[in-house]
Design a protein around this ligand. Structure first.
Ligand code: LRH
Length: 497
């Protein structure tokens, strides 16, 4: 079999990459062709994504991705973080740069929406946990603040759909990314017209939904000319990064929990139907669509964000560390001194993270972590304990306790976090691949090309192409004690708010 090539453009909230995937009929190999940072821009009191720069980087990635191979690249697909969108007018112009979900104004729009449709109803109608970052809240803000939004020719395109539009000229909303919007019927690929109507959001904003794996069209003639590319298909894959990552889990059976760990940590299970009851809502679980039309019931929590923000703050203070150095420092710091609650709202905005961590530790009567190593250790232990708690909660809401955890994403490079997670959860952690999102993106293109025939085959290819590492639980008694302290901390914080 001749090896064939595809390009995966994977945009995270902190950085992006264009990866070339090559499939020889049994194994996938990945080659990173282009990497770039994705830095939001504060403009006055508004926070934007720099879409033009991000599209420019995509073009650079395509050019580099075509070099050095004898067979042409067959297709390209984009995946991105969830919830954010751009508005495009009838002439195909971007109305304004997409706003960033971390904008504090979103809290106000969430309040407005909840006034019209309460949180219980929003959850049971859409399956999506009301959180201020969700598209539904941001979109009400756009409707109220930008008159363009009311024009009948204007369409809302979620981030991957926006890239796809400018790549192919085709407007569509792919199901998995739309499932982060809070505007679909729970667990279904259908816009929730009733909800949209009650909020006074114009229905004309919503393009048709398409399933993951849809070939949208070809790279436009203009782009082919500009990039000196031959014909290349543009495919809508699982264009929500979490969906592509989950597709690439090298699982052989279905009784696993997954953690996709990058800036965010997303932990949950795959199911046939959404969990929509009060308990799962109160525990903070949301339901998102998967690439095979199932549902992922998961908790969306801060992941390496706390660590990334600490690193940035230390750099501002002229103390530069690599991630490896930070893990080393944490490994030699004293164990189990203090914990933070990584999902707490105080950590949402960018800024001085070490200070906020010290603050939460001292105000909750724990040891204040002063050294770099102590802070990093506190973050990693807290994340592991948060994962343990989520595992318990998953058992509570679904009635089944997962027997193992598959961890994918950049977090798997952090071997301390993987080991701590196994210790805290008391189940093995199978870590890898780190590049699950790009790998999933590529394999879903090969699925669309008919080179593999099902999601389980995709997962088999993943298992034979990458060698995940297994971490067995250790020192579980000490971690059980730690878990009790962690739960007390959460109780203290809950009582306070
Ligand atoms: C992770 C993610 C997550 C959230 C967030 C905004 O990258 O996609 O699922 O939706 O971004």
């Amino acid at each position: 079999i001749q090896a064939t090539h595809v390009l995966a453009a994977d945009y995270g909230a902190g950085s992006g990459r264009v990866v070339r995937g090559t499939f020889n009929g049994s194994k996938l190999s990945l080659q990173e062709m282009h990497r770039f940072s994705n830095e939001p821009v504060q403009l006055g009191d508004e926070l934007y994504w720099d879409f033009l720069r991000l599209f420019h980087e995509l073009k650079q990635g395509i050019v580099k991705g075509m070099q050095g191979i004898s067979h042409p690249v067959r297709s390209i697909a984009v995946d991105t973080w969830g919830v954010d969108y751009g508005l495009v007018d009838g002439a195909g112009r971007l109305c304004f740069n997409p706003r960033h979900y971390r904008e504090s104004r979103n809290a106000k729009w969430m309040e407005e929406v909840v006034h019209m449709v309460n949180e219980e109803e929003l959850y049971s109608m859409s399956g999506v946990l009301p959180q201020q970052i969700n598209t539904v809240f941001q979109l009400l803000g756009s409707v109220r603040e930008h008159s363009e939004t009311l024009r009948p020719d204007v369409r809302m395109l979620l981030m991957p759909d926006l890239f796809n539009y400018y790549l192919s000229g085709q407007q569509a909303c792919e199901y998995t990314i739309a499932s982060t919007s809070g505007l679909l019927h729970a667990g279904e690929a259908r816009w929730n017209e009733q909800l949209i109507g009650r909020l006074g959001i114009p229905e004309t904003l919503f393009p048709p939904l398409v399933q993951p794996g849809t070939v949208l069209g070809q790279l436009t003639d203009d782009l082919c000319a500009e990039l000196r590319s031959g014909p290349m298909q543009v495919i809508s894959v699982g264009s929500h990064d979490t969906s592509s990552a989950l597709a690439a889990i090298p699982a052989t059976d279905s009784e696993f929990a997954f953690i996709s760990c990058g800036t965010w940590s997303l932990m949950g299970v795959e199911r046939d139907t959404p969990v929509l009851d009060d308990r799962s809502r109160q525990l903070g679980f949301t339901n998102e669509g998967t690439v095979n039309g199932k549902v992922r019931t998961l908790k969306n929590r801060s992941g390496l964000w706390l660590l990334q923000e600490c690193k940035r703050q230390w750099e501002r203070e002229n103390q530069c560390f690599t991630h490896e150095e930070l893990v080393q420092l944490a490994a030699s710091a004293t164990a189990h001194q203090c914990y933070v609650s990584p999902g707490d709202g105080v950590y949402l905005a960018p800024g001085d993270m070490p200070e906020r961590i010290r603050q939460q530790c001292s105000s909750s009567g724990q040891t204040t972590p002063e050294t770099t190593g102590a802070i990093v250790r506190c973050i990693l232990e807290s994340l592991a304990l948060e994962f343990r708690q989520t595992l318990d909660e998953l058992e509570l809401i679904t009635g089944t306790r997962p027997r193992l955890i598959h961890m994918v994403g950049g977090g798997v490079h952090n071997h301390l976090l993987c080991q701590f997670t196994a210790n805290a959860a008391g189940v093995p952690v199978i870590a890898g691949p780190a590049e699950a999102t790009s790998a999933g993106n590529c394999m879903l293109q090969f699925l669309a090309h008919g080179e593999v025939s099902s999601l389980s085959e995709v997962r088999e290819v993943m298992a034979s192409s990458f060698s995940p590492e297994t971490y067995e639980p250790e020192g579980t008694a000490r971690w059980q004690e730690a878990y009790e302290s962690y739960q007390n901390l959460n109780q203290t914080l809950a009582n306070r708010s």
